[in-house]
Structures are given as structure tokens and as C-alpha cells.
Design a protein around this ligand. Structure first.
Ligand SMILES: *Cc1c(COP(=O)(O)O)cnc(C)c1O
Length: 355
């Protein structure tokens, strides 16, 4: 399938690389791909970035049949443009589609479109440490019918945003509130999918935690509210007595590409790792025994985010003396080094865009 291109006649000025923030400026072009029943996915095209025209009855606006992805492109010191394990994001997007009753798409063509779009916008890729070109593919239901049923038409869209560090404070340890009541996801639900509604449902707990002086929440399982699941929209690791523990995957946990890459890196370094259920009580007990060495969240946006303080009911504990842990720092340096082409890539994770 040919991807058609309509170039903008009004290129925008590039933003000041010092003041990027996260996801606030967008590049000159976007990718759009239509789906309709009978025709399948058709008319893949790169067009000038701009508003979408929508009927007020558009299905996604009412019942949230929408999924998304998050990836990054980097410019290596030698000028090569690099993606990090992008085939994993395409496969996960199709798994999210399956859960949300959205039709499957051709992962090769979608990746080809992303490569063409990023190549076209190569001058938008920032190069300062901690910056990247964030890639946001998403799919929305577009039937203009109020019935609650899977849409028969969709749009697959990709937009690009030059981004700075996810947290304005940089790689500083953050304060995390263990959410005792609200849950992000449940067994049998949509937590393993990057479904738009999961994030809408998480905002109230996040807002409450921020009002208490925390940056984010640590989510517990939806059944007993005892077992650790994720931190904000990131996976989570705890270093207890030198063993790196992360919750095992299930319906309610998003299988992060960063999580998987960290597990592979740790194993290659000979660091003991385990994927298992971990209760919040066990985390606090480990702290009381002096065995809680470090904790961090991980995901594409922040890469790793050290946890410096953890509040749960009446208790507040400090982790790693409120500083970044040794393995956390090593993981950040290694992952960003591989992603930006500054370190060798022994796992074959990096995909070069040669268009
Ligand atoms: C995207 C996301 C992650 C991290 O996934 P990566 O592939 O590492 O970016 C973790 N948890 C949630 C809820 C997410 O949405």
C-alpha cells in the first residue's frame, strides 16, 4: 500500500529546546489511516498537522473506544535516527485493539508509516540529554451513531512531539502515595491495554495525591487492594535485599517495553530478578528491616523515575535516603545510552530509520 504525502505550506518555527516540556508542541505533519467495514484499512496518508473534523455523535466522544501507544525517536551523535523496539509497540497496539473490539491492522505498514513520518520531521528531533521526539500513535472509533456497540469505522493517527524530560525536576526521586481506595484496573478488565478510558479513570486519585503533596500514586490490585501493581502510568520495581522485584503480568498490568528491557538488562548483569506478587506490607516490612534498597517506576516517557518517598495510610518512609539508587542510575544511563546510539546495543533493540 502506497502512503501518500501532502506537505505543509506553512512550516512552524521549531521550539526552544530548553523549554520543551512534555507533549505540548507538535510537528508539521501527521499520519492518518482510515478503516471502514468492507474496505478494511485504506488511504494511508501523511498530511499537514491540524484539527480533525468530527460529528458531535462521533462514537469515541461518547464511549471511549480508543487506544494509543507511546514511543520515542532519537538522533544519534553520528546523525542516525533511531527507534527503540518499535515492533513491540505495534504488537501491543494490536493487542489493545483486540481488547477494545477494534480491527487488527498491518503492523509492518504502520511501522513503515511511522518511519516515513519521523524521517520527514527529522529536523524536529531534539538532541539535548533527556530530550527526544515523542511518537503518539492512536486509534479512535468514528461512527456517528449513539448505539453502544463496536464502531464500523476508525481512524489510526500518528502525531509527533519534541519532548524534554518527563518530570520537570529531572531524574530526581519523587514522592508516591499508595492509593488505598481507588484502583486503576481489575482482573478481566482493560488494564493490560493502552485504552484511553484507563487514564480518565486514574485522574481523580492522581489529583488527590497531588493535593497531599505527592507526585503520583502507587496502584494496588483491584480485588484485595494489597498487592502492588503500577506507579502512575509506569511499571514499578523494588530492590529488596539486592533482588529486583516487579509485579508479574496479568490482565491488570500494562506490559511495558521499558519493564521488559530492564528485566533483560538486569539478567545480563547477573542481578537477581523476580516477577511475582508483592504486597505493600512486604515493602514496608522490608523497609523496617533495612532491606528496601531502592524503588523506581519505568516507562517510555520518563525511562526510569526513582521513588524517594512512599506514603501509605499513616506511614511515610524514605527510600535510598531520598536519593537515586545505584541500580536505578545505572539502568537509566544504560537504557538512554542504547536508545540514543551512544552505547553498543547487544540486544538488537535499536531500529535505524534509513529513509
Ligand atoms: C505505557 C504504560 C507503561 C509503560 O510502558 P512502556 O512500553 O515501557 O512505555 C506502564 N504502565 C502503563 C499504565 C502505561 O500506560
Amino acid at each position: 500500500m502506497e502512503i501518500t504525502l501532502v506537505k505543509t505550506t506553512k512550516p512552524k518555527p521549531k521550539p526552544d529546546p530548553e523549554k520543551l516540556g512534555f507533549g505540548r508542541v507538535f510537528t508539521d505533519h501527521m499520519f492518518i489511516w482510515d478503516y471502514s467495514e468492507g474496505k478494511g484499512w485504506h488511504n494511508p496518508r501523511i498530511v499537514p498537522y491540524g484539527p480533525l473534523e468530527m460529528d458531535p455523535a462521533c462514537a469515541v466522544l461518547h464511549y471511549g473506544q480508543a487506544v494509543f501507544e507511546g514511543m520515542k525517536a532519537y538522533k544519534a551523535p553520528d546523525g542516525r535516527i533511531l527507534l527503540f523496539r518499535p515492533e513491540q509497540n505495534m504488537a501491543r497496539l494490536n493487542r489493545s485493539n483486540a481488547r477494545l473490539s477494534i480491527p487488527q491492522f498491518d503492523e509492518e505498514l504502520a511501522l513503515q508509516a511511522i518511519k516515513q513520518l519521523v524521517a520527514l520531521e527529522r529536523d524536529w528531533i531534539p538532541t539535548a540529554p533527556g530530550t527526544a521526539l515523542y511518537i503518539r500513535p492512536f486509534i479512535i472509533a468514528t461512527d456517528n451513531i449513539l448505539g453502544v456497540r463496536p464502531s464500523s469505522s476508525y481512524k489510526f493517527i500518528v502525531i509527533l512531539s519534541p519532548v524534554g524530560a518527563y518530570y520537570e525536576e529531572g531524574l530526581n526521586p519523587v514522592s508516591i502515595y499508595v492509593e488505598p481506595y481507588y484502583v486503576r484496573a481489575v482482573r478481566g478488565g482493560t488494564g493490560f491495554a493502552k485504552a484511553a478510558g484507563n487514564y480518565a479513570g486514574s485522574l481523580l486519585a492522581q489529583k488527590n495525591a497531588q493535593a497531599k503533596g505527592y507526585s503520583q500514586v502507587l496502584w494496588l490490585d483491584g480485588i484485595e487492594r494489597r498487592y502492588v501493581e503500577e506507579v502512575g502510568a509506569m511499571n514499578v520495581f523494588f530492590n529488596i535485599g539486592g533482588e529486583l522485584i516487579t509485579p508479574d503480568l496479568g490482565d491488570s498490568i500494562l506490559p511495558g517495553v521499558t519493564r521488559d528491557s530492564i528485566l533483560q538488562l538486569l539478567r545480563s548483569w547477573g542481578v537477581p530478578t523476580v516477577e511475582r506478587r508483592l504486597s505493600v506490607d512486604e515493602v514496608f516490612e522490608a523497609h523496617a528491616q533495612g532491606r528496601l534498597v531502592e524503588a523506581f517506576g519505568c516507562g517510555t516517557a520518563a525511562v526510569v523515575s526513582p521513588i524517594g518517598r512512599l506514603g501509605y495510610r499513616e506511614q511515610v518512609i524514605e527510600i535510598s535516603g531520598g536519593k537515586i539508587g545505584e541500580l536505578t542510575q545505572r539502568l537509566y544511563d544504560t537504557l538512554t545510552g542504547i536508545q540514543t546510539g551512544k552505547l553498543p546495543d547487544p540486544f538488537g533493540w535499536v531500529v535505524e530509520i534509513d529513509i
